[in-house]
Design a protein around this ligand. Structure first.
Ligand code: AMP
Length: 284
């Protein structure tokens, strides 16, 4: 496994790989790798000949009062995991390599960046789209892999790739969960054992939503009210949003029909946890 810290060395390796006719799979991450990340690496290994993982805590996607400074950066453990998972190249750029000076060019995926997390994290998806565009231009992947766990991010990136005619495919992989249903996340490290137990209500609220839709409920307000009741059982939990939206446009819906995304964000203490599930209301 190669570890590259500069853009130039990634470009060199990519050139050699491409001229050997190899298909490049790319998994962008912020590190503190867990089984969720590994599932993306696994998918990339299945489809591609050469797997690149980037580890970069991207400053431009964090708000001023967010956890950029304290975000976990266990780089040695991450590299070990990548090596074990059969990654070919890990790109670990320094912030100065990615943002050498004032950044004047931004990718803003309008409309899709505004609802859900966009409301609570202004500028977040602009930072995500911009860093992904930069990473795609450096790594030149055939396929890039994203997790359903960050559903809005995956939709934003897919739209950016389509709108800007970027020559790669985006694959979205299922959310990997702990035994109690909690979606795996690097931020779960911030939780105490009790908070981790309590956080299981997040997935339970989503299951409640699916169950109600399966039973024929179509009134989004009513379903959301029931989901909120489930979430209220988290003692230190503060609900940011509970939404049922159209799975493509991410716009709120009153009446559940077709493919919808149920999405929840709860703060447990200072830790912001997101989760979602896709539901096809036509499959009853
Ligand atoms: P992050 O390091 O949190 O930026 O995540 C990097 C990639 O891993 C993103 O595409 C995430 O959606 C994905 N990911 C994070 N957690 C999970 C999970 N529990 N299951 C599947 N994918 C995940």
């Amino acid at each position: 496994m190669k570890v590259a810290r500069t853009i130039e060395s990634v470009r060199r390796l990519v050139k050699v790989t491409q001229s050997a006719g190899k298909k490049i799979g790319f998994v962008p991450t912020m590190g503190a790798l867990h089984t969720g990340h590994l599932s993306l690496i696994e998918a990339a290994r299945k489809d591609c000949d050469f797997v690149v993982v980037s580890i970069f805590v991207n400053p431009t996607q964090f708000g001023p009062s967010e956890d950029f400074k304290k975000y976990p950066r266990p780089i040695e453990a991450d590299l070990k995991m990548c090596r074990k998972a059969g990654v070919d190249l890990v790109f670990v750029p320094a912030p100065k390599a990615m943002y050498p000076g004032e950044n004047l060019t931004w990718v803003d995926v309008e409309k899709l960046s505004e609802p859900l997390c966009g409301k609570f994290r202004p500028g977040h998806f602009r930072g995500v789209a911009t860093v992904c565009a930069k990473l795609f231009n450096i790594v030149l992947p055939d396929i890039a892999y994203f997790g359903q766990k960050d559903a809005q991010q995956a939709i934003v990136i897919k739209r950016m790739v389509a709108d800007l005619n970027m020559p790669l495919k985006i694959v979205v992989c299922p959310t990997v969960r702990e035994k109690n249903g909690l979606a795996m996340s690097s931020r779960n490290q911030y939780l105490t054992a009790q908070q981790k137990k309590d956080a299981a209500y997040i997935y339970k609220s989503l299951q409640k939503c699916r169950q109600m839709i399966r039973q024929g409920n179509t009134d989004a307000k009513k379903i959301i009210a029931e989901m909120r009741k489930v979430l209220k059982q988290i003692p230190s939990g503060k609900i940011q949003y509970v939404s049922i939206v159209d799975a493509e446009s991410l716009q709120n819906i009153d009446k559940v029909a077709g493919k919808v995304l149920a999405a929840v964000t709860v703060k447990i203490g200072p830790t912001r946890l997101i989760d979602n599930i896709l539901i096809d209301a036509s499959e009853r």
